[in-house]
Design a protein around this ligand. Structure first.
Ligand code: PLP
Length: 532
């Protein structure tokens, strides 16, 4: 595929090797329009704002600006309001969304965002808060944070929680900085090593390295769990903590988790648990009972807040009694005047950490997560975990005779993991298969992760998919799998045929990314005032 002058892949008109027509004069498909960049659409002499006729006259005389008068065009496109609205609505139609269809990205947990959450988050008392308002005027919001904290502590069986981290990875940073501060306070600052299993999410080693630790891999057993013997051999007086995900990224419960915790503590290290998969066990298992010292909870996974394209999210971290004094400020404290966010008079230990993020974290996410908890209740949350696991096992069983489950023995937790052994010799790869799913109206599953499984396909349906939708998905995947193994390679190599854009040149995109749009020299007309 070639790239046009602004780095966008060209349309595949002539190259389309399929019987399905993809050609149109405009590049559109049915009522789905082709969409240029905003900068390609916009002229320089137009604006959606109705400025007074004398904007550059009596009221605002450009000469008043002296040297500050802009000599060159500002470089922003001018569009009328309908043009701008249409641009963004068209773009939104090109995105896949959980509101459109199943979104089976394993590990990412793309679950339905209940509208009730949205309604609550938009209440003016929450939505219009300013972080610098005096605490006397924000008691309701502080109470919501306090109750959210209470639910998180109760569900995890942990005594403390830091709410301010803004994502799972940020939560990892919070947990590891607390662990580092605790070791330093105990005169154990020489502990410089972190152990993480080979199946760990990339953020685990990245976070440990960011904090300044060296990272060592723990081997995995043939059945997809932490290798206890390898863990025991690698633990030592220089290990600060282990980072273990449970359920792990293979979609399996670490059945030796108690022994993992025991070995870790016996070596004087802390147990950081990656709680990204807490949605599989919420209401069933309390990580505090397993010996966990710190664990982040991705509110956007377990408690249904929107992912929001990498933010704004929230990744609160629950902490054991040993780590609680090392939580970041602010601390929510109860006093005679009600609740307040305190950052002083909290002792030397907390000062060791300091502040993790500006202000108090993502209030909108707190409201959504709390609304989700309250609308489900404790029994409902337990049901969420059970249904998520049931749905994943349904998919595993329905696909196991046409695809190869990575760990066939026994049930999985909330995600079904397949490898690419069943594609061997077909000429079709995991990537090709995923692209063909797009033509069937399904977002691909997570591919090539976890790294320990060859050609991994990690499918997470979540709890809200109906049996009808799961069957539609499984039927489509079964048909595709049969096409792949019966030699219909072309169908897969040509996929996606029906997407507005087809395969990107990923090598070119990785090697020569164009991250900023630059105007073509002739495309920019001078602003009217610049010529004066
Ligand atoms: C197992 C695991 N750990 C950590 C993370 C990082 O979470 P976040 O994307 O919220 O930073 C993810 C995200 O997908 C994950 O799946």
């Amino acid at each position: 595929m070639s790239m046009n002058t602004v780095g966008r892949p060209t349309r595949p008109e002539a190259a389309a090797p399929t019987s399905i027509a993809v050609v149109s004069l405009t590049g559109g498909r049915g009522l789905l329009q082709d969409e240029p960049l905003l900068f390609e659409l916009g002229g320089w002499t137009k604006t959606g704002v109705d400025l007074p006729a004398d904007a550059f006259g009596a009221d605002l005389d450009a000469s008043d600006l002296g040297d500050l008068v802009r000599a060159d065009p500002i470089g922003l496109p001018g569009l009328s309001e309908p043009e701008a609205v249409r641009h963004y609505v068209r773009l939104s139609q090109k995105n896949h969304a959980i509101d459109l269809a199943l979104y089976p990205l394993g590990s990412c947990t793309m679950k339905h965002n209940p509208r009730l959450n949205e309604k609550m988050a938009r209440l003016a008392g929450f939505a219009d808060l300013h972080p610098l308002q005096p605490a006397s005027s924000t008691q309701g919001a502080l109470q919501l944070m306090d109750r959210l904290a209470h639910w998180l502590k109760t569900l995890t069986g942990m005594p403390a929680v830091a709410l301010s981290p803004k994502a799972g990875a940020h939560g990892e940073l919070c947990g590891l900085l607390a662990i580092k501060a605790a070791h330093e306070a105990a005169g154990q600052g020489e502990r410089r090593r972190v152990l993480a299993p080979s199946s760990a999410h990339g953020t685990n080693p990245a976070t440990a390295a960011f904090v300044g630790y060296s990272v060592q891999e723990i081997a995995q057993t043939a059945d997809g769990r932490v290798d206890l013997a390898d863990l025991a051999a690698k633990l030592g007086p220089d290990v600060a903590c282990i980072m273990v995900t449970n359920p792990n990224t293979c979609g399996l419960f670490e059945r030796d988790i108690l022994e993992i915790a025991r070995l870790t503590h016996a070596a004087g290290a802390y147990f950081y648990c990656d709680g990204a998969n807490f949605n599989a066990i919420v209401g069933r298992v309390r990580p505090g009972d397993l010996g966990v010292d710190a664990m982040h909870i991705n509110l956007h996974k377990t408690f249904s807040t929107p992912h929001g394209g990498g933010g704004p999210g929230a990744g609160p971290v629950v902490l054991s009694a040993a780590l609680a004094p090392f939580a970041p400020i602010h601390w929510l404290t109860h006093g005679a005047d009600g609740l307040s966010l305190t950052e002083d008079a909290i002792g030397d230990a907390a000062q060791a950490f300091g502040r993790l993020s500006a202000f108090h974290g993502q209030m909108g996410m707190y409201v959504r997560a709390y609304a989700y908890m309250r609308s489900h209740g404790a029994d409902g949350l337990r049901q969420v975990a059970e249904d998520a696991v049931l749905n994943a096992n349904y998919i595993k069983v329905r696909l196991s005779d046409v695809m190869t489950p990575a760990f066939p023995a026994g049930p999985c937790m909330h995600e079904a993991l397949f490898d690419d052994a069943w594609l061997e010799g077909t000429g079709v790869t995991t990537l090709d298969f995923a692209k063909a799913m797009i033509d069937e109206g399904f977002h691909p599953m997570t591919m090539y992760f976890p790294l320990v499984v060859h050609g991994a396909m990690l499918i997470e349906p979540t709890e809200t998919e109906s049996k009808r939708e799961l069957d539609r998905f499984c039927d489509a995947l079964r048909t595709l799998a049969q096409a792949a193994t019966s030699g219909d390679v072309e169908r897969f190599k040509a996929a996606p045929r029906l997407a507005p854009l087809r395969r990107l040149d990923e090598t070119l995109a990785a090697r020569k990314p164009r991250l900023a749009w630059r105007p073509e020299p002739t495309a920019v007309a001078p602003a009217p005032w610049a010529a004066e």
